[in-house]
Structures are given as structure tokens and as C-alpha cells.
Design a protein around this ligand. Structure first.
Ligand SMILES: NC(=O)c1ccc[n+]([C@@H]2O[C@H](COP(=O)([O-])OP(=O)(O)OC[C@H]3O[C@@H](n4cnc5c(N)ncnc54)[C@H](OP(=O)(O)O)[C@@H]3O)[C@@H](O)[C@H]2O)c1
Length: 247
């Protein structure tokens, strides 16, 4: 198994892509910290599923946009499992509007969760990983941060910010045994996509060369590669997981 003996913290893993990554990592032997904000029952259901696979897991509530709570999440993970080998910064949300209708609150909230949340959780674990001389940090971003999409100035800015953060941190940590990479996701049959209107979904579908939306498990597979020893010589990279939508 690729992640035998490893512990992974996956933010926003009560549902959607984070849940799929958690289950994918657990199947490969990892112990998992399931993080959630509001959906305690769903997070506990993910923990049960992981335990059903014969792995260890616990659910920890934390708002990643709050530094103290992010610190509590990572500290809780170390207290529970003794170590954190992998951090997947997955928690995210969108709150779309064209700029004339975008309030300061909409801008701030989306930046706080999608970008500051990545800083908070990474900052909270980096000393621990440095002390161990190893670690894998995987940041979940979006094609929207690469191409721009009308009505998403806040989300596109946050997701593009993740790319810069990933590259700068990768250089800082390269000699400390810590790999930092990002996944730029296209459109997946889950969460954010399902909240778009059917017409918008159809328009997007027509632009995907593979002719279909991605499956959550396909994000989990890409994340697994970045979490495992198979990617030890890869850092500071943005891997496109998008069915050819953007090249
Ligand atoms: N779905 C797509 O097609 C797509 C495409 C590109 C990129 N992405 C990115 O992939 C990631 C996951 O997307 P998804 O579609 O799986 O989303 P989702 O189904 O809406 O799930 C979001 C997750 O994030 C958690 N969350 C939200 N705000 C949080 C906060 N402040 N602190 C901690 N956790 C928080 C939620 O917790 P609760 O359940 O407790 O509320 C939930 O577990 C996001 O970063 C998203 O931007 C998704």
C-alpha cells in the first residue's frame, strides 16, 4: 500500500472531493483526520466508512479561515496520531457575482476560506513537518484560477493565489524534505458544479475534450500520487486534472 503508516489531514472532507480523497488515502493504508465546518454527521459518516476499511480516523471541526482553529486542527491531529505526514488543503467555497454586485463580504469570505485557509493550515503544520524532515502538502485549486470565469473574481483570485503560494513554499521547503504541489481541478460531478444551472453545466461540458465531467475518485488518484513516494522528486508543480479542458 502506498500510504502505509502515514497520517493525512484533509480539510473540508465531510463531503465531495475531500471525502473522496480521504477514502482513497485510507484504502492505501493512511490514518485520516476528517475536517469539517458544519456537517458533523456527514464527517462522522466518513470516519465510519474509513474505519470500515480497517483504518483509523477521527473528525475534527475547525474553520480553516480562522488561524487558531486551523492550529487546533493540526495540533489535534498530532495529539491523536502522533504525526502528520500529509496535508491536503481542500476546504473551499464559491460565492459568485459579477464585480458590480460583489460585496466586500463576498470577496473577503471567499479569499478567507480558499486562500487564507491554505496559509493557516500549512503554517500550523510546517514546523512539525520540518522537525520530521518530511511532508507532503497538496493544495486543491481550480482551472478557474487559470482561465478566469465571469462572476468569479473572488474565487479566481483565491485559486490563482494558491499557485503562487505553492511555488514560493515549494522553493522554501525543497531542502527540508517537504513537497508542495497543487492540483488545478476542472469540473467534477460534485459540490460546486452541481450548484450551477443545467444550462451552465451543459455549456461547460461542450468545452471538455473528454466529453464528460470528472469523478471525485479521479481527484483522489491524482492526490494519491502527490501524497505517495511516487512523486518524491516533484515539487512546486500544478497538475491539471481537467479532462483536457485547459492545457
Ligand atoms: N467540484 C468541482 O467541480 C471543483 C472544481 C474545481 C475546484 N474545486 C475545489 O475542490 C475543493 C472541494 O470542492 P467540493 O466541490 O468537494 O466542495 P463541497 O462539496 O462544497 O465541500 C466543501 C467542503 O469544505 C468544507 N468547508 C467549507 N468551508 C470551510 C471552512 N471555513 N473550514 C473548514 N471546512 C470548510 C465543507 O464542510 P461542511 O460540510 O462541514 O460544510 C465541506 O467539507 C474546493 O477547494 C473547490 O474549490 C472543486
Amino acid at each position: 500500500m502506498l500510504l502505509e503508516g502515514k497520517t493525512a489531514v484533509i480539510t473540508g472532507s465531510s463531503r465531495g472531493i475531500g471525502r473522496a480523497i480521504s477514502l482513497g488515502f485510507a484504502r492505501e493504508g493512511a490514518s485520516i483526520v476528517v475536517n469539517y465546518l458544519k456537517e458533523r454527521e456527514k464527517a462522522e459518516a466518513v470516519v465510519k466508512e474509513i474505519e470500515g476499511l480497517g483504518r483509523k480516523a477521527c473528525a475534527i471541526q475547525a474553520d480553516v479561515s480562522n488561524y487558531e482553529q486551523a492550529e487546533g486542527l493540526l495540533k489535534g491531529a498530532v495529539d491523536r496520531f502522533g504525526q502528520v505526514d500529509i496535508l491536503v488543503n481542500n476546504a473551499g467555497l464559491n460565492w459568485d457575482a459579477t464585480l458590480g454586485k460583489m460585496t466586500v463580504e463576498m470577496w473577503q469570505k471567499v479569499l478567507d476560506v480558499n486562500l487564507t485557509g491554505v496559509f493557516n493550515c500549512t503554517r500550523a503544520v510546517i514546523g512539525h513537518m520540518q522537525g520530521r524532515g518530511s511532508g507532503k502538502i497538496i493544495n486543491i485549486s481550480s482551472v478557474v484560477g487559470q482561465i478566469g470565469v465571469i462572476g468569479t473574481a473572488n474565487y479566481a483570485a483565491a485559486k490563482a493565489g494558491i499557485f503562487g503560494f505553492t511555488k514560493a513554499l515549494a522553493k522554501e521547503q525543497a531542502r527540508k524534505g517537504i513537497n508542495v504541489n497543487a492540483l488545478a481541478l476542472g469540473y467534477f460531478e460534485t459540490g460546486i458544479l452541481l450548484r450551477l444551472t443545467p444550462q451552465v453545466q451543459q455549456n461547460i461540458l461542450q468545452q471538455i475534450p473528454m466529453g464528460r465531467f470528472g469523478k471525485e475518485e479521479e481527484v483522489a488518484q491524482a492526490a494519491l500520487f502527490l501524497a505517495s513516494g511516487a512523486s518524491n522528486y516533484i515539487t512546486g508543480q500544478i497538475i491539471h486534472v481537467n479532462g483536457g479542458f485547459y492545457m
